[in-house]
Design a protein around this ligand. Structure first.
Ligand code: SAM
Length: 314
């Protein structure tokens, strides 16, 4: 498939922002405007509920929402299905005592999803290094009514895990910069014409992977962290399974006693898993393939504190 054909296979996904409205209310609004709950691929006015992500609706691929009142008021968020997986897998607790961090937050789609899952309770720190993207993040969070979020313009790697403010963090979402090789759009065929040679691509991926690994290892240094979700919109094993493998064998993982969460805790109903030729625990990992899964290409992994202590060597 070329970019156009692949994009035509991906429905327009709309996530209902439950911080500002209910699924029922949003569905009613679409119905009142002539949309019909039916297959979005066979009717121009059809829309349906997603099978894996609660509060996610599917519309025909070319539907536009940028002028829609529900969009301008923040009640719906235009977010690809696969990019809804990380917050669902992190499953942050919704209590007044919750302390959660989105370490790489802008533009804030996943932050607003986390905030909604936390029912706007407790504290959600949203870090973003880039100044301009940080402004976008702040606007997005206020539009989406995320009242439990503290946006912070900072480099995650320079944050001290033992800082009094951040040491209580128990859940971290890490969705760092990546090659973006999974993103399907209509420019694909233009981009493909000017792809770099293999050696320079490999070099670029290796640099990204080294950065991604550093980010995971830093997350593992937080003294109270119990769960870390690492995701990318890359299709390359270099940025995905191989980064996870290196993170698991790092000193930080040994000291912090981290392992991969078992498959039954990582969206078990999603059939496409990690590449088994890359690692033994591949069933613990989620993959999405562009053109195959009606989503962009995506990868999700979840590290948790080991539940059973390692048996002591005698
Ligand atoms: N999770 C976001 C969402 O769903 O809307 C998308 C995140 S984007 C893939 C990665 C972001 O991480 C970029 O905005 C980038 O500027 C930021 N970033 C990269 N390195 C960072 C660091 N060391 N600390 C904080 N933010 C960082």
């Amino acid at each position: 498939h070329n970019g156009d054909e692949r994009a035509a296979l991906i429905p327009r996904y709309v996530r209902v922002n439950t911080s500002l409205g209910t699924l029922h209310e949003v569905v009613e609004s679409f119905v009142s405007r002539g949309f019909v709950l039916s297959d979005p691929f066979s009717s121009k006015k059809g829309f349906s509920n997603d099978h894996h992500v609660p509060n996610l609706l599917l519309f025909p691929p070319n539907t536009t929402f940028h002028d829609d009142d529900l969009y301008t008021s923040g009640k719906i968020i235009l977010q690809d299905k696969a990019s809804c997986f990380p917050a669902l897998v992190l499953d942050p607790p919704a209590t007044e005592e919750s302390v959660v961090m989105d370490a790489t937050a802008a533009p804030g789609n996943k932050t607003s999803h986390l905030s909604a899952l936390m029912k706007n309770k407790g504290k959600l720190y949203a870090l973003e290094r880039d100044g301009k993207r940080f402004q976008t993040l702040k606007m997005m969070l206020s539009k989406a009514g995320c009242t439990n979020v503290s946006p912070i313009n900072a480099d995650f790697l320079t944050v001290d895990p033992n800082d009094a403010q951040f040491s209580p963090v128990t859940h971290i979402l890490l969705d760092p910069s990546c090659s973006g090789s999974g993103i399907v759009n209509r420019l694909d065929h233009l981009l493909e014409a000017e792809t770099e040679d293999d050696a320079s691509q490999e070099d670029r991926l290796d640099k990204l992977a080294a950065f991604q690994l550093m980010m995971i290892k830093h997350a593992m240094r937080f003294p109270n962290v119990k769960k870390i979700v690492y995701s990318t919109c890359s299709i390359h094993a270099t940025e995905n399974e191989r980064v996870v493998r290196n993170a698991l064998s790092s000193e930080e993982a040994q000291v912090g006693e981290f392992e991969l969460a078992p498959q039954n805790e990582v969206l078990p109903t999603w059939p496409r898993r990690g590449y088994p030729e890359e690692m033994a625990d591949a069933l613990s990992l989620i993959r999405c393939l562009p053109g195959e899964d009606a989503t962009n290409g995506f990868f999700v992994s979840c590290f948790v504190k080991r539940s059973q202590p390692m048996s002591k060597k005698r």
